[in-house]
Design a protein around this ligand. Structure first.
Ligand code: HEM
Length: 165
């Protein structure tokens, strides 16, 4: 699927998602663009959606994007880190920084979709590098509420491989 980034009415960039998976109703697409990975994450909820990777035990040590959409297209995204097997905290509360860049946010017909980018490597202790060309286990989840501390309704685990085109 191709989408365009619009700025002042001009097409400034486009990303063509060549790769994607679906697990338990959660769709994830990705594309490596320069030194970033652009992800599109979509789930059948009007609450939060999340992508994580790097977990060492259940949710522990994973790097998470957790986000939601209000008013149809106002996206809120947060960078979290898995502080225990069943808990995560926002990087900024742990002394780190936000390292996700929002590109697009949409909610309609009970579906939330976020498109965002993350550098392959950051300087934040509370981030996990995105390594290319080898299987990466990612965890996916969504909740029913626009509140990133409410528990998931659905979770999934899948392996993906990030590759440059
Ligand atoms: C927001 C607050 C959250 C709470 C309170 C929470 C709580 C829990 C708990 C208690 C479990 C243990 C199994 C269960 O009772 O279902 C669990 C497992 C899990 N959680 Fe979360 N979670 C949260 C957020 C997230 C997020 C954002 C993700 C993102 C992907 C996530 C992914 C998972 C996965 C994949 C498992 C299963 C791990 C395994 O069995 O190997 N959780 N969570």
């Amino acid at each position: 699927m191709r989408f365009f980034l619009l700025m002042m009415g001009m097409v400034v960039a486009s990303v063509c998602f060549a790769e994607g998976i679906e697990a338990n109703g959660i769709k994830l697409q990705w594309e490596v663009v320069s030194n970033e990975v652009v992800f599109a994450l979509e789930a059948p909820t009007t609450g939060w959606v999340s992508l994580g990777w790097g977990a060492t035990a259940k949710m522990k040590d994973a790097d998470y994007l957790i986000g939601y959409v209000t008013n149809g297209n106002r996206g809120v995204i947060e960078d979290h880190f898995g502080v225990s097997v069943t808990g995560h905290r926002r990087d900024t509360d742990l002394g780190g920084i936000e390292n996700f860049r929002m590109i697009e946010a949409q909610e309609g017909n009970g579906i939330t979709r976020l498109v965002f980018a993350r550098s392959l490597v950051t300087k934040d202790t509370y981030d996990v590098p995105l390594v290319l060309d080898k299987p990466l286990e990612v965890i996916l989840a969504y909740g029913r509420f626009d509140n990133t501390t409410s528990k998931h309704a659905v979770i999934a685990k899948v392996k993906i491989t990030l590759k440059r085109k």
